[in-house]
Every structure is written in C-alpha cells, then in structure tokens.
Design a protein around this ligand. Sequence first.
Ligand code: UDP
Length: 331
Amino acid sequence: MKKIFVTGGAGYIGSHVVKALGEAGYQVLVYDNLSTGNRWAVLHGDLVVGELSDRQLLSNTLRDFQPDAVMHFAAFIEVAESVSNPLKYYRNNTLNALQLLEVLQELNIGRFIFSSTAAVYGTPEEIPVAETAPLEPINPYGASKMMSERLLADLTLALPEDFRYVALRYFNVAGADSGGRIGQAYKNPTHLITRALKTARGQYPALQLFGTDYPTEDGTCIRDYIHVDDLAEAHLVALRHLLNGGQSDIFNCGYGHGYSVREVIEVAKKVSGVDFTVIEADRREGDPAALTAKSDKIVSELDWKPRHDDLEYIVRTAWEWEQKVDAKLSD
Ligand code: UDP
C-alpha cells in the first residue's frame, strides 16, 4: 500500500483529496495545524496536528512515516487578504514550502504534488489560458504560489531523478462531497458561491457584487468553477503519473469555460430558492476580469475524467453542505 503524506489535509480541498486517496486504497497521514481545517474533515488515515513552520516535528513525522509521495495543500488562499498582508502570504505559502522541500531533500523523499493556482497567470492575454502562458500574478497570493513553483522547477532541474513534482493550477474550486460529509468550512468565507449561499441562508444581509464595469459581456468577472471532487480526482491521476515514473509537469485544473458573477448569482438563487439581496459594489483589488483554463493537457496526458462540469450540480452540493456546516463547526 503506497503511503501519502498530506499537508493541509483537514482543509477544504485537502480533505476531499484525502477522501479520494482513502477510497483508492492509499495509506494517508495528514499534517495540519487546524487553523482553517477540522479534525472531522479527515475521513481517512491519521492526523498529526502541527505547524508547517515546526521543522523538527515535520521532519520527525516524515521520517517515521516514510511516504512514497507528499501532497502539499497547507497554504493561505485569500486574494484580498494577500493584498493587505503580503508578508503573511510569502511566509506561509513560499517560505514554509521551501522548508518542507529542504526536509524532503534531507530525507530523500522525492515525489511531490503541489497546490498551485490560476492566480499565477494574473490577467492573461488569452483565455482560456494555457500552462505555457507567461506567469504575471497581480496579487501576492498568486506571486507566493508562483515562487513556490519556481522552487520546484529548479529543484527538479538539479535532481531530475531524485525529485519530481506535479503542480496543479486550480481555477475556482467549489461544491462539496456528494455524500454531504465534508465541504468548505471557513469561519468567514470570501468565495463567491459560499458567500452567496450563506446570504441565501440569511447569514449575511446581502451579497456584494464586486465590479460591474469589467470588459466582459455582462460587466462582471468570469471564472472557471470546478467541482472539488473532480479536482480531487486530478490529484489522483497526477499521483499515479509520478508513482509510475512520470516526469515533473504542470497542469491546469478547470473545465475550460467560465461563468460570470451574475450567472453564478442566478444559479445560487435558483438552487436555494431565495431571492437574496445583491449590492453592486466597486471592484475588489487584485481581481482579473476573466480567467478560464485551457484544460486539454491534463485530460490527454493524465487521462483526467471530470464528472461534474455542471454549475448547478456544484452549487447544489455546496447548498446541501451549507445546511450542515454550522452544526459541524460547533461540534
Ligand atoms: N465575488 C463577488 N462577491 C463576493 C465574493 C466574490 O462579487 O462576495 C466575485 C469576485 O470579485 C470574483 C469572483 O466573484 O470576481 C470570484 O471570486 P472568489 O473570491 O470566489 O474567487 P477568486 O477568483 O478570487 O479566487
């Protein structure tokens, strides 16, 4: 049984990947500080509660577990917060990734899957954006991830046999486990779908729509929303690639087409059955107008088979989860 070490495995995306790893028969060890993650979200394997910055604990845990591969999810993810507090992002997303790589090198652990982001592209000249597009992040979040990608690229160049990685550039991840066991559980979520659904549930008086003067058809931003279970499956195909001796590589994770903020709001109203209040507000700093993935590379090279390319399904699973999450958080 192959052993996979998962940082941030108690968080939103990490927990869905841990679920998929467990179902596929891998042995899993999660390392998470539970700052945004939750113990109940770890559906398979064991959990070590620790800081990524705690080099000693990280090193001892890895030495004991001897994983075949590492998946690195632990990171901060909010664009707006990264603009107001950039050093927090560089410290956690870049410096802690660097330290993790140092520890892995010391221990000769050389297969690595990295959570990257479409934010590394900034405002791409062409959409859907291909993996080969220039990396020009427009916010510290994207820059912090781009720097980590660079560390990985340089390390694999230096040690082509001993260190191989796959970086997955996530587009807009949303939705929840179809079994309703896990989902997004942030205390103050900023992402559009979650925010809209919490507004529908009356947890916020209104949804702010950030920017209606973008150069898009309806003036609002366009994003490529991908269901979290499809994203989890992308990690599994990437893992098989590395475990079967595949080379280091980078893949977009999105469906290849997008929806505007207004379209998402319409679907959220339909699914919830609530005509919640929407306030048109100024643009949010750091938001590109449109971001969609050219996604054929992961499909053709890793045989990724997405199954939930359906905004209504994404929003419905998120809505079902919203009925449960508060009770989960107060457990
Ligand atoms: N957005 C919005 N209101 C919100 C949250 C998000 O209008 O309460 C917009 C945001 O400006 C962006 C899109 O929805 O255009 C997606 O934002 P989100 O934070 O979900 O993901 P991001 O693309 O920033 O990773």
